[in-house]
Write a protein of this length. Structure first.
Length: 241
């Protein structure tokens, strides 16, 4: 089975590094240069360099277009988080949530370009992001409520505990599947459909409607992931009822 023609795969081949023939390489080095890993690093480098190059020196009196863009984006995300959780919680969790939002939306969109792939079309990436969210909101619950956090799993009255506790445990485990597989499935479907259309209908006008739909799906899936994360964090910090 030949490896897919990907931009970074060609670079790896020119450098004499192993090019994985599947989603994950066999050796340790091949795993480190697997497409979902290399394109994750590419997205990270893009975000870091774009912020570094566009911001420069901040000017409060006469901000430039790039500074206005970043201020509007950051301010909009901050207001969005604060509208769904407390201001204190939104300010505390803003770095993580904003990082997830920017990373996921760019990672989703990069796969629309020929020769590139979305790292979020690999379950390892989406599951990794999901586990960070799951562990974080449980730590938030313990931080805000201590041992009393267990009340979130007990239900409204004591005699429902034998029924509600297993239901709540299964519900929280289901959130792992909900976050990871939803994002992975939608982006994988987008990439697969685009690949089929490019092969069957050509690389120009035929896939254009799917490309437009892919942009919409990429943005919506990033929004859904971040919104659910905000809801989970807010639920862990509020008092159990």
């Amino acid at each position: 089975m030949e490896h897919p023609i990907l931009f970074i795969s060609l670079i790896l081949q020119a450098l004499g590094l192993p090019v994985p023939h599947g989603l994950v390489g066999e050796t340790l080095l091949a795993k480190l240069v697997s497409p979902h890993m290399t394109y994750t690093w590419l997205v990270m480098i893009f975000l870091i360099l774009s912020a570094k190059l566009t911001l420069g020196e901040l000017d409060v009196a006469r901000p430039g277009k790039a500074q206005n863009f970043w201020e509007a984006l950051i301010g909009g995300m901050e207001d969005f988080f604060a509208s769904n959780m407390s201001k204190e919680g939104a300010r505390m969790m803003f770095p993580m949530l904003a990082t997830f939002a920017l990373y996921i939306v760019v990672a989703n969109l990069i796969g629309l370009m020929p020769g590139f792939m979305s790292p979020t079309s690999n379950l390892n990436i989406t599951l990794g992001c999901t586990l960070i969210v799951i562990v974080t909101y449980h730590l938030l619950g313990i931080k805000y409520h201590g041992v009393g956090y267990i009340k979130h799993f007990m239900g409204p009255v004591w005699w429902l505990v034998p029924l509600m506790f297993p239901v709540e445990v299964v519900s929280h485990l289901g959130r792992i599947l909900s976050l990871s597989i939803r994002l992975f499935g939608n982006i994988m479907a987008k990439e697969t459909l685009l690949a089929i259309l490019f092969m069957l209908a050509g690389a120009y006008f035929a896939p254009l409607p799917i490309l437009c739909l892919g942009v919409l799906v990429s943005v919506i899936q990033a929004l859904v992931f971040v919104l659910l994360s905000v809801v989970y964090f807010a639920g862990a910090m509020e008092e159990a009822h």
